[in-house]
Design a protein around this ligand. Structure first.
Ligand code: C2E
Ligand code: MG
Ligand code: MG
Ligand code: MG
Length: 279
């Protein structure tokens, strides 16, 4: 009788441990733990000059690497991070990675820049600027090699956003508006902002060389960007037809699967070596 009872108790104990360890934590709790354990890494997607095909840098795109090795896309956790205020700590981890991953590459090649995505809260509080300043200390990276991407969506306080962007440029960074065309970007609203570049949202690039209803909007978006006399980056370029169209319209830079997908730091460094940026 004792033997089966012992086996039963052992099986029960093992079952309990497995159940406890698999019990699902709330998404917020999981994200908090991930932040504490620094589970965020960065992939880099090359940005190329359309006229020459030369790589001018990359966008830093965050990924959450779970303990099982799987990667979670930012769309699935950035909204929760923004709502909960965890985004600030995640942005810090992205900045730390950029410096650690690419210090040598950026010092060896001054023409390269890395664009970091900022959430509206990052832009409104300006807390990130001293964080970047500190991260760049004791590296050879120059402030102008760090671009900051801000979306127009979600600014609660446009005045504090503006003063952060002004300060960022005083420090030497370039500032780009991300997902251009999808927000409330009336020109008047953007004209007051200190900007260097506009990134035209993928949804407009998607319609190029199609006959969809919105394809007629894209040339106007490009013209609008041009009237602001800013550098233009087209995001989500997937086909040669799109690249040809953009080149015809004097769009400066492109980013998309046609050129390269986002990749781990080591691959991006190898990519740059292969491409030998001419400049
Ligand atoms: P985004 O800043 O507009 O970044 C461009 C997104 O388009 C990236 O998605 C990129 O992988 C994807 N993409 C680029 N080229 C192509 C293409 O040719 N075809 C297709 N189908 N997709 C393309 P990803 O990496 O999933 O990032 C999604 C969004 O998450 C970003 O959009 C950005 O808003 C946000 N995000 C990413 N990293 C960060 C970060 O470090 N901080 C913050 N606050 N947001 C981030
Ligand atoms: Mg971006
Ligand atoms: Mg974008
Ligand atoms: Mg976009």
């Amino acid at each position: 009788l004792l033997l089966p009872l012992g086996a039963f108790i052992a099986a029960f104990a093992i079952g309990l441990v497995v159940w406890l360890s698999r019990r699902r934590l709330s998404p917020l709790r999981e994200l908090q733990i991930a932040v504490r354990k620094r589970e965020f890494i960065v992939h880099y997607q090359p940005i190329v000059e359309l006229r020459t095909g030369r790589c001018i840098g990359a966008e830093a795109l965050v990924r959450w690497r779970r303990p099982d090795g799987s990667l979670v896309r930012p769309d699935l956790f950035i909204p929760l991070a923004e709502e909960s205020g965890l985004i600030a700590a995640i942005t810090d981890q992205v900045v730390a990675h950029v410096v650690l991953d690419l210090n040598r590459l950026l010092v060896a090649n001054r023409s390269l820049h890395i664009a970091v995505n900022l959430s509206p809260a990052d832009v409104e509080t300006a807390r990130i600027l001293p964080v970047i300043e500190k991260a760049l200390q004791h590296t050879g990276i120059r402030p102008r090699q760090i671009w900051l991407e801000a979306t127009e969506r979600g600014f609660v306080n446009i005045d504090s956003a503006r003063s952060t962007l002004i300060r960022a440029r005083e420090l030497g960074h370039a500032v780009a508006i991300d997902d251009f065309g999808t927000g409330y970007s009336s020109l008047s609203h953007l004209e007051g902002l200190p900007l260097d570049a506009l990134k035209i949202d993928k949804s407009f690039i998607d319609t190029i060389a199609t006959n969809s209803a919105t394809s007629s909007v894209t040339p106007h978006i490009i013209d609008m960007a041009k009237t602001l006399k800013l550098k233009i980056v087209a995001e989500g370029v997937e086909t040669q037809a799109q690249a040809d169209y953009l080149l015809e319209r004097d769009v400066d830079y492109g980013q998309g699967w046609l050129f390269a997908k986002p990749m781990p730091a080591a691959e991006f460094i190898a990519y740059c070596r292969r491409m030998k940026p001419s400049a």
